[in-house]
Write a protein that binds this ligand. Structure first.
Ligand code: ZN
Length: 446
């Protein structure tokens, strides 16, 4: 299988160091709010990656961190008069709920930052011992990027001027050298913090990922995943810390998903275009329709989210459900289409092309038993939960059935106003009637 590697900026053949095991680390959520749909897009692409690896016979050992300590958590918890755990826990639980609603496989381990403070302190001590870090007067510890010659290799920053990353506030950087980043930040006596050899403080965000990935996956990861906005400074700093400490390559592949935009703009709270899965559900659209929408764009291309595009994805998903309902019991997988599908996903996760192969198969002249088996096989990667629909005829509740009969009666009597009112009532109950030359066809809608 082939994957685009941000280290080489090329598509490369992927082979893990110790097959069939794949050591995969992906940056997890900071639990101070609900994940927004941009975060969710990243998690969906990482889930697809995991499923494609599994389909290729690999056993994926995946770790995803939970950042449950940072400035925003501390600030928001204090404003609400809560401990940081009391404040962040509901958001952590909401994150797990989102994973389930989007049919995302869970990583093997979700390490929490606050449960690895001792390990982070030890890690920072070894960086100090190697003279790659220094302590300043207030008790903060910074990484000295001038001592790490490969700094910038991932983001290719050596070719342009280093500047302070947009994601990290300037106070995360050292006063001595604005490019050095915090490993440990000193805090005041009344602030939330942990005791350390350098005084009370809290870990920097970057050190979390180095410590927790290596703790569970070893010195060298096969794949480190995330989003392009994490390339610099976050992943660059992870490389500096990790390779500085071990002298080994930190990650063999960096795989990063592109941004999601909303109405052609960057998503932000000030533009009021900042959406979560809750906003999608409140408009009666399914989380899996959002998953479907994400499948229609390649993970390295920008995806423009609009409510119209999500509604179109929902319609496509409904049509897919209605189509596969009529299929007979599962038969054999049609190898020709399955082969083409695999070829697409193995080519740097070309899911839009794989989706096109699926539709080509569905409209081909094949026995429906074969179509059923093939679509279910493909859905092991797409993750649209089609198993709930294949060969399962629509169950129409009695209440809806009655309205349908009344509507047929009204149509026969040419009372189209009444028929139309009944159609609206039926729609309220989640069903749509379409009049075809073969009589009315009923569909489930959202
Ligand atoms: Zn990270």
């Amino acid at each position: 299988m082939k994957l685009y590697n941000f280290l080489s900026r090329k598509i490369e053949d992927f082979q893990p160091l110790n097959p069939p095991l794949v050591a995969m680390y992906t940056c997890g959520p900071t639990v101070y709010d609900y994940p927004h749909i941009g975060n969710l897009r990243t998690f969906i692409f990482e889930d697809i990656l995991q499923r494609v690896l599994q389909t290729n016979g690999f056993t994926v050992n995946r770790v995803m961190n939970i950042t449950d300590i940072d400035d925003k958590i501390i600030k928001n918890a204090a404003e609400k008069g809560l401990s940081i755990t009391k404040f962040s826990k509901p958001f952590e639980l909401a994150f797990y709920e989102d994973l389930d609603k989007l049919n995302l496989q869970r990583p093997n381990i979700f390490p929490r930052a606050t449960e690895h403070i001792e390990k982070m302190i030890k890690y920072i001590e070894s960086l100090l011992k190697k003279d790659l870090a220094y302590v300043v007067e207030d008790g903060s510890v910074y990484f000295d990027i001038s001592k790490f010659t490969n700094y910038g290799k991932l983001s290719q920053l050596d070719k342009r001027e280093l500047k302070i990353g947009a994601r990290v506030a300037a106070d995360e950087y050292s006063k001595e050298n604005a490019q050095d980043f915090a490993l440990w930040k000193a805090v005041g006596p009344d602030e939330v913090g942990f005791s350390s050899p350098w005084g009370k403080g809290r870990p920097g965000w970057h050190i979390e990922c180095s410590v927790m990935s290596q703790e569970y996956l070893g010195d060298t990861l096969d794949i480190h995943g995330g989003a392009v906005d994490l390339l610099f400074p976050h992943h660059e700093n992870e490389i500096a810390q990790s390779e500085g400490k071990t002298g080994q390559q930190f990650a063999r592949f960096f795989v990063e998903g592109e941004h999601l935009q909303v109405d052609g703009q960057k998503m932000s709270k000030s533009l009021k275009n900042f959406y979560t899965l809750r906003d999608i559900e409140s408009r009666n659209l399914e989380p899996l329709a959002f998953r479907y929408l994400c499948l229609t764009a390649h993970y390295r291309d920008r995806l423009n989210f609009t409510w119209e595009s999500l509604q179109a994805a929902q319609n496509a998903l409904n049509n897919l459900h209605n189509l596969v309902r009529s299929f007979e019991q599962s038969g054999e997988v049609e190898q020709r289409y399955w082969g083409k599908f695999l070829e697409a996903v193995n080519n740097d996760l070309n899911v839009p092309q794989a989706l096109a192969v699926m539709y080509e198969m569905l409209s081909a002249n094949l026995p429906t038993a074969k179509k059923a088996a093939t679509v279910l096989q493909m859905d092991k990667i797409l993750g649209l939960n089609l198993v709930d629909y294949v060969s399962r005829p629509l169950q129409i509740p009695q209440e809806v059935q009655k309205l349908l009969e009344q509507r047929e009666q009204a149509r026969k009597q040419k009372d189209f106003t009444k028929a139309d009112d009944l159609r609206k009532e039926i729609k309220k109950l989640g069903f749509e009637v379409e009049d075809t030359t073969n009589g009315p066809v009923v569909r489930h809608v959202n």
